[in-house]
Design a protein around this ligand. Structure first.
Ligand code: NZQ
Ligand code: ZN
Length: 391
């Protein structure tokens, strides 16, 4: 286990009707609120009305900015920054999923930053220039990205379709309201994409080259099994509170950094995926179900015993298989079968993506960095091979 510091100040408010507490929570930090949301699901399922009521009951000023799209765009972030500055906004409330939350975080940072916020996404070494960020709060409607208590924000710049992230403690939300009931209205495909993203956050952390991390290995395995068991049930029983609750809490803990204490996660699959959803605008979780099996096939030899442990403890792969490679490939087949059962693509072709832009994506993936991933440090050529394995 390596040295670590763990700090996560996001207050988690979990359970039925908790969105009614939004106003009181905001009032601890600000008086003038930007209410940020996506394409309308929160209006259709009543979450928006409950949140507005909670804000009004607290006597807070608010203005709204809807229209966040999945893979949130820089242009709307710029619009939000302008609104915050012109209206002395002092709090940004995200009501929605990872895209809305990431957009809110970018706005909150950009409103206080004198330069161009995009520069920080393209060059993370400049993040030290970010000395102030407006406080952000969250009412979560889809367990997936974990952005509700993460240090990250991922934004897509339509000019060149670069999808890039920042990571800093300054943008961890002050509070995150998690009412599993808000996820009842998720279409099955979004439930599946969310589960795939949560699973990916856990596997990125699991596949580490740091040894003697038994405690966090086992926490990760417990979380992964929770997702593998409950996500298919959520497709079958979309309005079952207990199932939705397991997924929502597991999703937040998957990405609040507790589970990478003392270890170095990989994150190559995320970087490789971000090129796909940046260029082809597919759901992040769907890109991950394509990339992860291909990544596993490419890198497992770097620490085959870690893969064997995963196969045995998570997928119950029978040890009567003759050799280690067979065990690893059996595990990958079981993982792929789970994705398929969830209705997710496992090959680029399943998402109607051909081979014509693979080289371009591989080169773009490593712009500004020598490699991606830590389990095996991957160059642009390695990334290209992984894309080819995913065809
Ligand atoms: O826009 P609306 O109408 O709200 O519809 C959304 C959207 O179409 C819909 N939805 C959300 N809650 C719903 C609902 N529909 C019905 N009922 C509900 N309760 O779901 C669709 C997807 O929403 P989105 O916010 O895009 O999903 P997700 O939470 O998966 O976020 C994906 C984004 O997060 C980034 C991804 O790259 C992607 O851009 N990530 C952010 C991370 C972070 N900040 O820590 C880490 C992740 O690895 C990830 O990269
Ligand atoms: Zn993710």
């Amino acid at each position: 286990m390596i040295n670590f510091e763990f700090y996560n100040p996001a207050r988690i408010i979990f359970g039925k009707d908790t969105e009614l507490q939004a106003g009181a929570q905001i009032a601890k930090f600000g008086k003038r609120v930007l209410l940020h949301y996506g394409g309308g699901s929160v209006k259709a399922n009543g979450v928006y009305d409950k949140v507005v009521k909670a804000i009004e009951e607290e006597g807070l000023f608010f203005m709204e900015l809807g229209g966040v799209v999945p893979n949130p765009r820089l242009s709307l972030v710029r619009e939000g920054i302008r609104l915050c500055r012109e209206n002395n906004i002092d709090f940004v409330l995200a009501v929605g999923g990872g895209s809305v939350i990431d957009s809110a975080k970018a706005i909150a940072a950009g409103a206080c930053y004198s330069g161009d916020i995009w520069d920080l996404y393209m060059d993370n070494s400049k993040l030290g220039e970010l000395t102030k960020v407006l406080p952000v709060g969250v009412v979560l409607t889809i367990p997936a990205a974990g952005s509700e208590s993460s240090t990250a924000s991922v934004i897509t710049n339509e000019e060149g379709w670069f999808k890039r992230a920042i990571g800093t403690e300054a943008i961890i939300p002050k509070f995150a309201i998690l009412n599993p009931e808000t996820s009842y209205t998720l279409p099955p495909y979004q439930t599946a994409c969310g589960a795939s993203d949560i699973l990916a956050h856990l596997m990125e952390r699991y596949f580490t080259q740091v040894s003697n991390v038994d405690f966090t290995d086992r926490l990760l395995e417990a979380n992964i099994r929770t997702i593998l068991n409950n996500a298919p049930l959520a497709l079958k029983y979309p309005e079952n509170y207990d199932i939705r609750a397991e997924i929502m809490w597991a999703g937040a803990v998957a990405h609040n950094n507790l589970l990478n204490t003392g270890r170095i996660g990989d994150w190559g699959s995320h970087d490789i995926e971000h090129e796909i959803s940046g260029v082809y605008d597919i759901a992040h979780g769907a890109g991950l179900s394509i990339v992860f099996p291909a990544w596993m096939k490419y890198v497992y030899k770097q620490n085959v015993d870690k893969f064997i442990q995963f196969a045995q403890r998570v997928f119950n792969v029978d040890f009567s298989f003759d050799n280690k490679e067979q065990i690893v490939f059996e595990m990958i087949e079981r993982l792929e079968a789970w994705y398929v059962r969830m209705g997710l693509p496992i090959r680029l072709s399943h998402a109607n993506i051909g081979s014509d832009r693979l080289r371009e994506m591989a080169d773009k993936c490593t712009v500004g960095r020598t490699h991606v991933g830590n389990f095996q440090k991957l160059t642009a050529d390695d990334v290209y091979e992984i894309y080819k394995l995913a065809l």
